[in-house]
Design a protein around this ligand. Structure first.
Ligand code: GLU
Length: 465
């Protein structure tokens, strides 16, 4: 296990989603890794990055908090300590004003057209496009006069020339960025609002975040964020950038397409622990093939074992973890799925019998219907099995029960009457459940109400059946 913090100084991490859509598996993996990095002794914070009001929605914020709770992350973060950036604009203004008083930012009056021309000229010279600094040298009195006259201006940060920003990314290793390639960048828009990455870096520093794990689409912000924090005399966190998660057709997951959204997977019946175990291994190596709890995953979590290549969402792998999660779920957690049909005294016995045939909780409800509900229609193979068994077989079975025989004794009784093998077992199973797969026959016979067993077998016992 690699930790960059001693046990005396455990990390503070955070998950900082923008509420612009439903969480997808890439977001959830970021949240999970951030949580795992904080456990057992550190802090895990959640912050809502809703500065872009046009794209943010209260329904998305509620949904993402509900998603985190459903995943089992609830006990690990304080709901009352969730920061909402839209409520913190006065703080961003305050820090921007500090930069202004120290002349670390300056107003820029360049028009969009001028900027576009400048960028085009740089590209033509094969230089990376950046702001060349035209307004950096405006005389302060001149700039103030233009501001006072109401001329619109953005505010740019004075990037130190001929310097470099060096940091070690927890996932991608050493990074070195020449400041001359960055150019003075905008930190405050013409409408006075702080830009996203300013609020983001400031909030991390003010919250005491020491480790930021996030998608690699934010790597390009990092050098600028480090420069800003240094200018404010605040300690930058350690950053780690996670490769993107691609969907099955190879394009990055997006909050705006439903596929790969957590909501869709939850709807399908995937269990939280299956998703958590799958994601812990998506593009990362975990030294255990077992289904682990969140604290157990935290013990084996290691920044160094996160790969650099994009990770592909693989539904088969997710189903593998779902199988394990279903098999190991406490029976009590599955009880709601048995539905009202299963008699209370039989619920756990029913769940234990049906669970090996259930990939999703809804499959349990289906088996409750089959074993306790209306007589199921027979599928093709079941019809063939019933025909092969023959009506005499069913007539004998029904007669045995009518004479007071117990349902679980049926196979032995029919064996005694000369029936055996596939004809016996498939016949009973098909007649009782309408299909050839499912829970053990002995469990079916001991769980199903006797009257139902009699009725279903009688259906095929008459000569004209
Ligand atoms: N709000 C950003 C996003 O949802 C996260 C930025 C970060 O984690 O630093 O992509």
């Amino acid at each position: 296990m690699t930790r960059y913090h001693s046990p005396m100084n455990p990390p503070t991490t955070r998950f900082a989603p923008s509420p612009s859509g439903f969480l997808h598996l890439g977001n959830v993996r970021t949240a999970l890794f951030s949580l795992l990095a904080a456990l057992p002794a550190g802090r895990f914070l959640v912050r809502i990055e809703d500065t872009d009001q046009d794209r943010s929605g209260a329904q998305f914020e509620a949904a993402l908090l509900a998603d985190l709770a459903w995943l089992g992350f609830g006990p690990y973060f304080e709901k009352e300590a969730v920061w909402r950036q839209s409520e913190r604009t006065a703080i961003y203004d305050d820090y921007l004003d500090r930069l202004r008083h120290e002349d670390l930012i300056y107003p820029c009056f360049c028009s969009e057209t001028e900027l576009a021309q400048e960028r085009a000229a740089m590209r033509a010279r094969q230089e990376p496009p950046r702001y060349a600094g035209r307004c950096a040298a405006l005389a302060p009195a001149h700039a103030e006069a233009r501001l006072a006259a109401g001329e619109p201006a953005v505010w740019r940060f004075r990037v130190p020339a001929a310097d470099e920003v060096v940091f070690t990314d927890l996932v991608r290793g050493p990074q070195r960025i020449q400041t001359r390639l960055i150019g003075d960048f905008v930190v405050r828009r013409a409408n006075g609002a702080a830009v996203f990455f300013f609020a983001n870096a400031l909030d991390d520093a003010l919250a005491g975040v020491t480790v930021v794990l996030r998608g690699e689409d934010h790597l390009s912000n990092t050098a600028r964020q480090i420069l800003l924090l240094r200018a404010l005399g605040l300690a930058p966190p350690q950053y780690g950038h996670l490769p993107l998660v691609l969907n099955e057709s190879g394009t990055p997951l997006s909050k705006r397409d439903g596929a790969g959204s957590l909501a869709a997977l939850r709807e399908e019946g995937f269990l939280p622990l299956a998703i958590v175990n799958y994601l812990a291994r998506l593009g990362a190596t975990v030294d255990s093939d077992a289904l682990l709890s969140i604290p157990e995953l935290a013990q084996v979590f290691d920044y160094h074992r996160i790969g650099h290549a994009p990770a592909h969402f693989d539904r088969e792998q997710l189903r593998h973890w779902q199988r394990l999660a279903m098999a190991q779920a406490p029976l009590t957690s599955l009880r709601p799925w048995a539905g009202a049909r299963v008699p209370a005294v039989d619920i756990d016995r029913f769940l234990a019998a049906a669970r090996p045939n259930a990939l999703f909780p809804a499959d349990l409800a289906r088996w409750a219907d089959i074993l306790y509900g209306p007589d199921p229609a027979l599928d093709g193979p079941a019809q063939a099995a019933v025909a092969e068994a023959g009506h005499e077989f069913f007539a004998r079975a029904a007669a045995f029960l009518a004479a007071g025989g117990e349902a679980p004794e049926l196979p032995a009784a029919l064996k005694g009457a000369g029936y055996g093998g596939r004809r016996l077992f498939h016949g009973l199973r098909a007649g009782l459940t309408g299909c050839l797969s499912g829970p053990e026959l002995k469990d079916i016979l001991s769980l199903m109400p006797r009257a139902l067993v009699v009725r279903r077998l009688m259906r095929f016992g008459a000569n004209d059946a």
